[in-house]
Design a protein around this ligand. Structure first.
Ligand code: APR
Length: 320
């Protein structure tokens, strides 16, 4: 059986890390695409030279030509500009919208059967625009944000409770940004919900509130430290988890930005909710019961995404 083909659009920090992870896990042959000449080729060659040491046999190719992504099974999009200190994700809107147009058209012509995961920010607007420009079915296009946001939440909770990250499950809903909604009722240590852990004296409401706030601004904290770019290790590993769910038909229940068609009272909008990811792409949206406060926060998030979409339509009338 021929190997699967993984196309990575954008060969920057996240793109390079994705290529390394995908190669180590032998997910398939890898094409790194970028508009900058030399960078995808150089990274592909460098990574291919890890093969003899790490023992992977996949082919890696760098390219500036969309023809090279033809027939890709999975496409992960990080093309665009990353956030600089002081820049909000929304400032990126105008620049990255143009990039999504070029990428969407490339995917439409070369790989219309692919499962597409978008990472480019502002995520909820960019994944929607990418779907519009590519014309792919909605269930084959999703955005990576919730897996990363919940990984950040899980890391902070494990640290707070002094337990293994393996035993911490966390749930984060809504848009990727300051309006994301960490749901503590559905966040557990080996099945014990966080509110119960507070009652058991493992932490306090104040400390959990501070962790929730830190999770919401988790991306910004890293931007402020790095000064020249944004996070890339955890975003890359989160997207790879989603790609594996699709490639291996794992039926994972993961929080992803997907198109809603009435679930949670929302239609025609990409926003982060729990879904089942498997060989059929986004196979099912899981509607969980939200507390009144989580519901109100989710609505704030939805409204923020709606504003971004309106701004996109203002910038590019073909989206209206
Ligand atoms: N087509 C393909 N690649 C492009 C295009 C385009 N039209 N425009 C820019 N790129 C490439 C850049 O040349 C660069 O190599 O996208 C890459 C982006 O890489 P980085 O600047 O290193 O950004 P990265 O940290 O990888 O983040 C990418 O993901 O998390 C989001 O906010 C982040 O939107 C940003 C994206």
């Amino acid at each position: 059986m021929a190997r699967k083909k993984i196309a990575l659009i954008g060969a920057g920090n996240i793109g390079g890390t994705l290529a390394h992870l995908a190669a180590q896990k032998a997910l398939g042959d890898i094409v790194l695409f970028d508009v900058v000449d030399g960078v995808p080729q150089g990274k592909a060659l460098d990574l291919a030279q890890c093969g003899p040491v790490e023992g992977f046999d996949v082919n890696l190719k760098g390219s500036n030509d969309y023809a090279d992504i033809a027939g890709a099974d999975v496409i992960i999009v990080t093309a665009g500009v990353a956030r600089k200190p002081g820049m909000s994700r929304d400032d990126l809107l105008g620049i990255n919208l143009k990039v999504m147009k070029a990428v969407g058209e490339g995917i439409k012509t070369q790989a219309p059967g692919a499962f597409v995961i978008c990472i480019t920010n502002p995520l909820d607007a960019m994944v929607w625009a990418l779907r519009e420009f590519s014309g792919l079915p909605h269930h084959m296009v999703c955005g990576m944000a919730g897996v990363l946001d919940s990984a950040r939440f899980r890391h902070f909770l494990a640290d707070e409770f002094k337990v293994s990250v393996k035993d911490v499950n966390a749930f984060v809903l809504g848009g990727h940004g300051d309006t994301m909604v960490p749901v503590i009722e559905y966040s557990t240590v080996a099945g014990i919900p966080v509110p119960d852990l507070i009652k058991m004296g493992w932490s306090t409401q104040e400390r959990i509130d501070a962790i929730v706030q830190r999770t919401r601004s988790g991306g910004g904290e890293i931007v402020a430290l790095l000064k020249t770019g944004s996070a890339y290790y955890a975003p890359a590993t989160s997207a790879i988890e989603m790609a594996e769910a699709y490639l291996y038909d794992q039926k994972r229940l993961l929080p992803c930005a997907v198109n809603l068609t009435g679930q949670y009272g929302v239609s025609d909008l990409y926003v982060g909710v729990p879904v089942i990811l498997g060989a059929g792409g986004v196979e099912r949206v899981v509607e969980i019961e939200l507390s009144p406060s989580a519901k109100a926060n989710f609505q704030v998030s939805v409204d923020a995404v709606k504003e971004l979409l309106a701004a996109c339509k203002g910038i590019d009338p073909s989206l209206a």
